[in-house]
Design a protein around this ligand. Sequence first.
Ligand SMILES: [Zn+2]
Length: 180
Amino acid sequence: MKIAQNTVVSVNYKLSDAQNNLIEDGAQPMVYLHGGYENTLPKIEEELDGKDVGYTSTIQIEPEDAFGDYDPNLVKVEERNRLPEPIEVGMQFEGMAEGGDEEPVIFTVTEIADDKVVLDGNHPLAGMALRFDLSVIDVRAATPEEITHGHVHGAHGHDHGHDDIGDSEEGDHFRSQPLQ
Ligand SMILES: [Zn+2]
């Protein structure tokens, strides 16, 4: 079966930066609903559209097509006593960007000094060109329910009680899953 709108695609992947430094060795295949549901990056869908099981490819995606440019305005220094303890580098908090719009931003602790903490609201992959090694291992038709929900169910997808309130981003592998 060829990859087309409303197929469920399983793809083994390896994610590196433009210098070929490994970022994520996809231990589990990415399984996503194909066809503009924003389950994965549009450039990946573009690359795989019309392809079949066994197709392999390496693509490089520039920051503007991935997680955006690095925005220095999203870095802020907070008084340590305004944050919960214990605190360590890598912890994440939801907060508002200063002077930003209403969208909450996930801040990652990137540095801790005696009484100050540096919080970075950029996506960990912002500003990076991403290189994906892709290998299609399965393609199947999506179920009507998956199409309605806009995401994959079952093995490797997400299981939920179908009270879909607020879960529109579940199964959205490269956007909602924190990457180290
Ligand atoms: Zn669902």
